[in-house]
Design a protein around this ligand. Sequence first.
Ligand SMILES: Nc1ncnc2c1ncn2[C@@H]1O[C@H](COP(=O)(O)OP(=O)(O)OP(=O)(O)O)[C@@H](O)[C@H]1O
Ligand SMILES: [Mg+2]
Length: 455
Amino acid sequence: METDRLVIAAEPANPLGERAPAPTAPGPGGGGSASELFDSVMRYTPELFQGTREALRESYVPARLPHREHQIRQVAEVLAPALKGDVPSNLLIYGKIGTGKTAVVAQVRSDMLKRTDLKHRVTFVTVNCANVDTPYSLLQTIGNALAARESERIPTGWSLDRVQAAMRSLLDAREGTVLLVLDEIDRLVARSGDGVLYTLSQVNTELAQARLCLVGISNDLKFTNQLDARVRSRLNEEKIVFPPYDAPQLADILKDRAEVVFRVGVLDQGVIQRCAAYAALENGDARRALALLRLAAEMAERDRAKRITPEHVVKAKSRLEQDIILECCRTLPSHCKVLMYAILQLFERRREGLQTGDVYAAYARLAQRLGLPPLHARSISNYLSELENLGLIRATIVSRGRGGRTREIVVDVPVSETIPALQEDPLLAPLGRPRGQSQTVLTNFDNPNRTGPAN
Ligand SMILES: Nc1ncnc2c1ncn2[C@@H]1O[C@H](COP(=O)(O)OP(=O)(O)OP(=O)(O)O)[C@@H](O)[C@H]1O
Ligand SMILES: [Mg+2]
């Protein structure tokens, strides 16, 4: 791949002539009217993308999967007996998130289905168990995927036994092998146990014509511990582990996409490498690498920039981290949100480990301001453990000489970005006054003797 072409090419010729007009309105976050901003957006000619930007999205199916050739071959080898009408071994595929498991199986599936000579020998059914995670919905979904006519579909409302029997006869109506891919199979087991997997793993003994082969995909290496020994050994007949991508591999994946999406010359040297390096540190997750590149391009567009630079990647990274933290905060119970907010404010001011007593006092004041009766210190102690488990804070035991040992709390997320973002939560919105004022209020709360602003 001549990726250098992308990186070091001279400035691209702009078909519309000059550089895109500099925005006359301030960028997002500045002052000015919305209508001025819209004017400037309309005048800006995006120069970064060529055609569609689809190829940076999760749903895009790339033409090839660099650095997964070996795994594609391994999966194909396990499933190949189906081509000759034999039943392949059941297969479990493991690997951390974003290591290409779903993409590889989809690629093998599409290569197999391209062989029209195999039309009646192999049927693929793919179910994402993140969405379909009960025995009932799973059996119904499989049955309906196999139904040839509308009248054969399994309606909702039947008993589980009836759904199971109907699914079995729809399965047996197929010739050859049905390859059932259960993506995110660990979610099914976590939600519903392994009963339905037991049913599926021994269904072949009840079929006259068809044969079922199970392909489970999981990023949780431990989920098989929850399986009954018989189910585990049946599912685990073959096992393939996907290693995380390293930075050069991620860079190759990104270069492929960049060639499809960006105009020649718009990527600064080092953009791809930086996205790849960040994602390699995050478990070698290709999804993360692609998200960084997409966001970096969006940041550049927002700046009305002509090129995407490594600085845009840095901004994209901090934005992504913020999104992840926020998603995490968003799911917290109300009092836990208030507690997190109190910790952030206190930590921002003191910049040192916080005593749990101070944290509790700050939480109680904020809760009262919001009209919430504060919870007892014991409940707050449980919430502190929860925040620690989520990686949002860290509690350390500090020895204080004769004063004994005490627990101190530090914040593990970027404070200055998380506070304003949390203020967008409707629950915490009343606290979201301009930063200076908000600090003044807190300072005065903390030290009733002070009446003036904190600084
Ligand atoms: N080798 C590769 N070449 C090109 N794109 C890839 C490659 N590996 C992964 N991707 C892309 O990265 C994203 C994540 O890949 P995929 O969904 O297959 O990961 P996964 O291992 O199934 O992750 P999860 O465990 O979270 O489900 C997808 O958009 C996919 O197209
Ligand atoms: Mg997947």
